[in-house]
Design a binder for this molecule. Structure first.
Ligand SMILES: *[C@@H]1O[C@H](CO)[C@@H](O)[C@H](O)[C@H]1NC(C)=O
Ligand SMILES: *[C@@H]1O[C@H](CO)[C@@H](O)[C@H](O)[C@H]1NC(C)=O
Length: 827
């Protein structure tokens, strides 16, 4: 038993080690590389103590059941005929968002006649989730169909398969790494584990099963992880064997169907509709002999003598760990026979089985909602002034028309509209890394956010809004710094072999140009630098950079050509869909600044920039070229950076601040191009991101969502679906771990990183001169973040005539840092 777990772990480690680390450790820049863990927590698989006792016989007497109310159709798209439609989304009247405040344009820009007036553009749609564009990606991107990663078992799709979503493990590598739907996770057993089953393992981990380490008594501990490989309940069939194949279909933003076939090419025998937050694990049997297995072992299985609904068979299962699970069967009677204390067998069965864990007292709630299940989610949203909302409308299937039981994460519950809040149930189950999920009985949820519409390009403070004013003396000091920095060789610093570093450098020079124009009132110098910057940027818009982008027709996305030559780690795994929102976010941000100063340039380059935006944040299934929201996950409230690599820890993200940057960039690009829906979505995404970061990544004292013996770290480090590790992919220095959640310092930092949080983190790690002693670019990052504690002190640090340039990251400038600190300090 333990041997197989260790083999699993060894294979994980081998897999991880096979991915080369793309970053050289000492090139003097700040790294972000979510590719590889320097160390792996090997305690990830913990088996509960199981004692083999005699299993009780199945008790209760079978009722005479009425015939099933619904026939099982033969379609593969749905395990049943839909009996109800998605919840109705009420659309609000057409309203307008904020009126943009165009800057005084740089002189000599020419008349932007091609740019429509704001009035023509600022209407948002009743549903802001509209496509950015639907035409083919611009012709400068050549097309390739030979992506190095194959879509294992993916059936024909109507739309591109998302690469960074929760279900990706089902089409990658061994296809046996888990998928977390929260609160449950499911994984193809694939002949492994205690049961050696070929079915689907269902797991749920309670908080007291979480493993803290490496020193579990430390406070805070460095990491916590949820055990994997505990096969609590396995849904399988007698017909499944070592020739079983797993396929997926209907892969959408929030949902997927997973099918188990007795052998490749056979019709699917078991079909699992997976939706994030699903309240039951549901499986359709297309004609087979169900077997229910457990690696924890069955203590008792009791057939309920009372059917919760007509035609439903119900069993109460107690495992040897004392946990209670409920099993419901629909479509025809299901008689289970105990084979041994790890194996129960049913009769030949065409129908549906649902499984749920009862933490105590929830049986009646499950009884009420059983027999219906979610099959997908339609996302919609509204924006009006500062009022934003987004709605998940669940599509569903089932034998009964009862409302859906679904689990919401803490950040959903905190932002629920009243109508949704009233549907909360007193049923809670722990999630792996997102606190306690709470059940909701409803066919749609609406969440509300306050939109940061007053935030634009200029420095911004959450309490004071936009800040642009500097004294004559401060302008003199800052102008001399900016003039020096802008005279650097822009082309040399931006024409790199990495989209990540190139985008950061372009954004840096765009920020300095903006400051020269808008805060320092030197349009002439701004125009000169803008021209140089536009020339440097054209390397990318003409796609003639060192590793041009290609449109990958296999997965549907824009990827770096770097890895086609063989190195999967090139440019942080861009070709493998790692980090696109970081890489392209910087380009979109830089383009927004340039386009803000030169609207004609924005119009001319819109298709190219839009293509990057569509790659990371296509908001509509109507755009057939890109998956729906590759990076941002509207269930989790933040993005995942992890691309096409199988992972037993789940998707992950390290740099919460670069995630926020990507939403901010989308918002700005929407404002520059007059795409009011994009601007509104960017505002909404940014607001949701801020809430999710403050819940799960950035911990004020008193955070009650993450474990109390972890929140003292102040930041998550790398947040995975199955563990949180206070470290980074590139080293464990404190300034790396904390700093990767700070950079880049932007107007939106004041939204995502609360003042209280910044002060607490500073006191914990950096006060008393500790930040000033940090080496390299991280010193600048920390001292810029210091403006949240002492704006004047931060200003003085960056304008000091003896400033050490070695303390600046390649994507950072004294000009920008000092300008932000200066306007905040009122110098
Ligand atoms: C599958 O199992 C059968 C029967 O146990 C065995 O004969 C066969 O060699 C196995 N095939 C593989 C590929 O392991
Ligand atoms: C800038 O750097 C490039 C090399 O990247 C070089 O070819 C060019 O001459 C440099 N320009 C100046 C003004 O030094």
């Amino acid at each position: 038993m333990e041997l197989s777990i260790w083999l699993l772990l060894v294979s994980v480690l081998l897999l991880v080690d096979a991915i080369p680390n793309p970053s050289s450790p000492d090139d003097g820049r700040v790294h972000h590389a979510p590719m590889k863990m320097a160390k792996e927590e090997t305690s990830s698989s913990v088996q509960p103590e199981v004692s083999v006792t005699t299993i009780s016989t199945i008790s209760g007497t079978a009722q005479v059941l009425p015939p099933p109310s619904t026939q099982v159709p033969e379609t593969t798209g749905s395990i049943l005929t839909a009996i109800d439609t998605a919840g109705q989304h009420t659309e609000t009247p057409l309203l307008s968002t904020s009126i943009p405040k165009p800057e005084t344009l740089v002189a000599a820009t020419g008349t932007p006649t091609a740019v429509p007036t704001p009035q023509q553009l600022m209407a948002v749609s009743p549903n802001i989730f509209q496509p950015i564009a639907t035409d083919a990606p611009p012709s400068q991107f050549s097309r390739r169909g030979d992506h190095p990663v194959r879509k294992l078992g993916v059936q024909a799709q109507n739309s591109p398969v998302s690469t960074n979503k929760f279900y990706a493990n089902f089409f990658l590598g061994s296809q046996s790494a888990p998928t977390w739907t929260h609160p449950y996770s499911v994984a193809w057993s694939k002949g492994g584990g205690v049961t050696k089953s070929w079915g689907m393992t269902i797991q749920h981990i309670d908080d007291n099963q979480k493993v803290f380490g490496p020193d579990p008594t430390a406070n805070p501990t460095q990491y916590f992880i949820n055990p994997i490989g505990i096969q609590s309940i396995v849904l399988s069939a007698l017909e499944l064997s070592n020739s079983t194949a797993l396929t997926t279909d209907s892969l959408t933003e929030f949902s997927a169907h997973v099918n188990l076939h007795p052998f490749p090419g056979a019709a699917p025998m078991l079909q699992f509709p997976l939706v994030q937050g699903m309240g039951f694990v549901t499986v359709g049997y297309k004609g087979g002999t169900p077997i229910i297995e457990s690696g924890v072992l069955f203590r008792s299985i009791t057939k309920s003598s009372i059917s919760p609904k007509p035609g439903v068979t119900k069993y109460i299962i107690i495992l040897e760990d004392g946990k209670t699970w409920l099993l419901y069967a629909f479509g025809q009677p299901l008689e289970l026979t105990v084979v041994n204390n790890g194996l129960i067998q049913g009769n030949f069965f065409i129908g549906v089985i649902q499984i749920a864990k009862d933490p105590g007292g929830a049986e009646s709630l499950y009884d009420l909602s059983c027999g219906t299940w979610a099959t997908g989610v339609t996302l919609s949203g509204t924006a009006s002034g500062t009022a934003g909302s987004y709605t998940f409308s669940f599509s569903k299937d089932g034998f009964f028309a009862s409302p859906l039981l679904m689990f919401a994460l803490p950040h959903h519950v905190a932002s629920f509209a009243d109508s949704t809040r009233s549907a909360l149930l007193n049923l809670r189950l722990a999630t792996t890394t997102k606190g306690i999920a709470q059940a909701v009985l409803a066919d749609s949820w609406t969440m509300q956010e306050s939109l940061p519409i007053s935030m634009g390009f200029a420095p911004w403070d959450i309490d004071r809004g936009e800040l642009k004013d500097l004294s004559v003396e401060a302008i003199r000091i800052l102008h001399s710094i900016a003039a020096t920095e802008i005279s650097q060789n822009i082309s040399k610093q931006t024409d790199l072999n990495s989209m990540y570093y190139s985008g950061k450098a372009l954004a840096k020079f765009a920020q300095i140009t903006y400051i020269l124009n808008t805060l320092l009132h030197d349009p002439a110098l701004a125009q000169t630098s803008l021209t140089t910057l536009q020339r440097a940027f054209s390397k990318f818009t003409t796609n003639t950079q060192q590793f041009p982008l290609v449109y990958d027709t296999s997965w549907g996305g824009l990827v770096s050509s770097a890895s086609y030559a063989g190195d999967p780690g090139a440019d942080f795994g861009n070709t493998y869909y790692n980090d696109h929102h970081f890489h392209y976010g910087y380009f979109i941000y830089a383009a927004s600044l340039i386009g803000h100063l030169d609207p004609v340039w924005a119009v001319a380059n819109k298709p190219w920039v839009d293509a990057l935006a569509r790659d990371i944040a296509n908001a509509s299934p109507d755009d057939p070229w890109f998956p729906h929201y590759r990076n941002f996950d509207w269930y989790h409230g933040h993005s995942f950076a992890h691309g096409l690599y199988e992972t037993f820890d789940g998707r992950d993200q390290e740099s919460s601040s670069e995630d926020a940057m990507s939403a901010y960039a989308l918002k700005l690009w929407g404002s520059v191009t007059g795409d009011a829906n994009l601007e509104a979505r960017g505002n909404l995404q940014l607001a949701v991101t801020a809430r999710a970061l403050q819940s799960y990544f950035l911990y004020e004292s008193g955070n009650t969502i993450q474990p109390p013996n972890f929140v003292g770290n102040k930041v998550s480090g790398i947040l995975f679906e199955n563990k949180i590790d206070h470290t980074t992919y590139f080293g464990a220095n404190t300034e790396y771990i904390q700093g990767i959640h700070m950079l880049p310092l932007l107007p939106c930092s004041s939204l995502t990183r609360t003042k209280r949080f910044v002060r607490e983190e500073w006191t914990r790690y950096f006060d008393g001169g500790r930040a000033q002693k940090v080496e390299g670019g991280w010193r600048g990052v920390l001292m810029a973040n210091f403006m949240g504690v002492d704006a004047l002190g931060s200003w003085r640090f960056f304008v000091d005539p003896d400033f050490d340039e070695g303390g600046l990251d390649g994507g950072a400038s004294r000009s920008w840092y000092a300008a932000m600190a200066g306007v905040l300090a009122g110098v």
